[in-house]
Design a protein around this ligand. Structure first.
Ligand code: S3P
Length: 439
């Protein structure tokens, strides 16, 4: 096996972030586009798919179950470059282990897909995936009638799934997780009756929205106290066009850093800014950021300002859970106070234990940080050159990289395990060069 920790980059101190850009396709939407297009009987097209390895794994997995995915003919004037055509329909039993790579979203959503199929499938991934909790999907999928086994009784991958003949359930996930909701809904497509998911805190709604746009019978009702009740009637998905917008979680690196670095002026276009994906913008505004947000157009403009730390907790967290590493850079470069995340234990279940790895990354760059069982507090101050370990976590590596635009002293940030960035944002360093020059 390759020793991934030896892939290092050394990024020199840079100036403020200035410019306009479109970020790559949204990872969450990309996984779902491949899955739904693969389940739909007929030909679909996908444009703007994420070029990250996580999504590539989902593409390979759908292909391994019989979905035909091709690059579309680029000479056609009516199709953007990079369009994929997907011929979906009946899935078949895969001959090989379904390798999700580093992708928790892939593992959990595909567990839902496989649970509804009358065949055997085995889902596995890399070392990080092997440490991430899978009982959160195994449990409801078993309630629906799927046979699921795995390491430690199905708590961890590899997951072995014998699916088919599911019944609809009425389920309230014990954790606020769009992945769990989505796994249950995708399985529910093949159940014998309605599936209901009750979310006490509403999480990203891509699955229900995309299902509704592509022929699924799904309704979403507010539960009256901030949550949602999603009801799905089993049925098929219709083929069609899937357009993947830019990823707000990738844009967050540029936006959060620019917000805290004087002289920065960045505009990001092509974003899908639903409330469940843009909690980080609300936090930046509370910190005093100079932001202009046009949700309908999907555009955010940010200019550097003097920020102050704030407390982030409760129902806010699912709306920004992936943006904590990026926000932590804004917190560390703020002028006063502490940026505190409370009740954020879910951070420990991500690509790395992000309470520990964000703290280690910031400490390595000279920030003052404290951690608790489910909390992280970042003191306002300065960041200086240093050596950061990504812990195979793309977002830790990217947060450390963008910190180079706000370093207090001359020097470099060296990041070990940089290859993790390929899982979501292979062109990150090109975009860093577009927005900021070494000085
Ligand atoms: C995702 C949901 C979130 C998020 C992940 C992508 C999705 O996970 O952290 O990066 O696409 O559904 P949880 O819903 O498990 O918190």
């Amino acid at each position: 096996m390759t020793d991934r920790s030896v892939v290092k980059v050394r990024i020199a101190r840079r100036g403020p972030l200035v410019g306009r850009l479109r970020v790559p396709g949204d990872k969450s939407v990309s996984h779902r586009a491949l899955i739904l297009a693969g389940l739909a009987h007929g030909t679909s097209t996908i444009t703007g798919l994420s070029a990250g390895l996580d999504v590539h794994h989902t593409r390979q997995i759908m292909a391994a179950m019989g979905v035909r995915i091709d690059e579309a003919d680029d000479t056609r004037a009516d199709q953007p470059v990079g369009t994929l055509t997907v011929l979906g329909g009946e899935l078949h039993e895969p001959r090989e282990v379904l390798d999700v790579g580093n992708s928790g979203t892939g593992a959990r959503l595909l567990a839902g897909v496989c649970a509804a199929q009358p065949f055997l499938s085995v889902i596995a991934g890399d070392e990080s995936i092997a440490a991430r909790p899978m009982d959160r999907v195994a449990e409801p999928l078993r309630q629906m009638g799927a046979h699921i086994d795995g390491r430690d009784g199905g708590r961890y991958t590899p997951l072995v799934i014998r699916g088919g003949s599911l019944r609809g359930i009425d389920y309230t996930p014990p954790v606020a997780s769009a992945q769990v909701k989505s796994a249950v809904l995708l399985a529910g497509l093949g159940a014998d009756g309605p599936t209901v998911v009750r979310e006490p805190v509403t999480t990203r709604r891509h699955t229900e929205e995309m299902l509704a746009e592509h022929g699924g019978e799904v309704t979403v009702q507010p539960d009256g106290s901030g949550g949602s009740v999603i009801t799905l009637i089993p049925g098929s998905v219709s083929p069609g066009d899937f357009a993947v917008p830019g990823d707000p979680s990738q844009a967050a690196f540029w936006i959060c850093a620019a917000a805290a670095i004087p002289g920065s002026d960045v505009t990001v276009e092509n974003l899908y800014l639903s409330p469940e994906r843009s909690g980080f913008l609300e936090v930046l505004l509370r910190m005093g950021a100079d932001l202009m947000v046009d949700r309908a157009a999907g555009v955010v403009r940010v200019q550097g300002a003097e920020l102050a730390g704030v407390v982030v907790e409760g129902a806010e967290l699912p709306d920004l859970i992936d943006e904590v590493p990026a926000l932590s850079i804004a917190g560390a470069l703020a002028i006063s106070g502490a940026l505190e995340f409370r009740g954020a234990g879910e951070l420990r279940t991500k690509e790395s234990d992000r309470i520990e790895t964000v703290a280690a990354m910031l400490s390595a760059l000279g920030a003052t940080v404290s951690t608790g069982a489910d909390s992280l507090a970042v003191q306002a101050g300065t960041l200086s050159p240093g050596f950061v370990e990504s812990h195979h976590d793309h977002r830790i590596a990217m947060a450390a990289a963008v910190a180079t635009c706000g370093l207090a002293g001359d020097g470099h940030v060296t990041i070990s395990g940089w290859d993790a960035v390929a899982t979501s944002y292979p062109s990150f360093l090109d975009d860093l060069d577009t927005l900021s020059a070494p000085r």
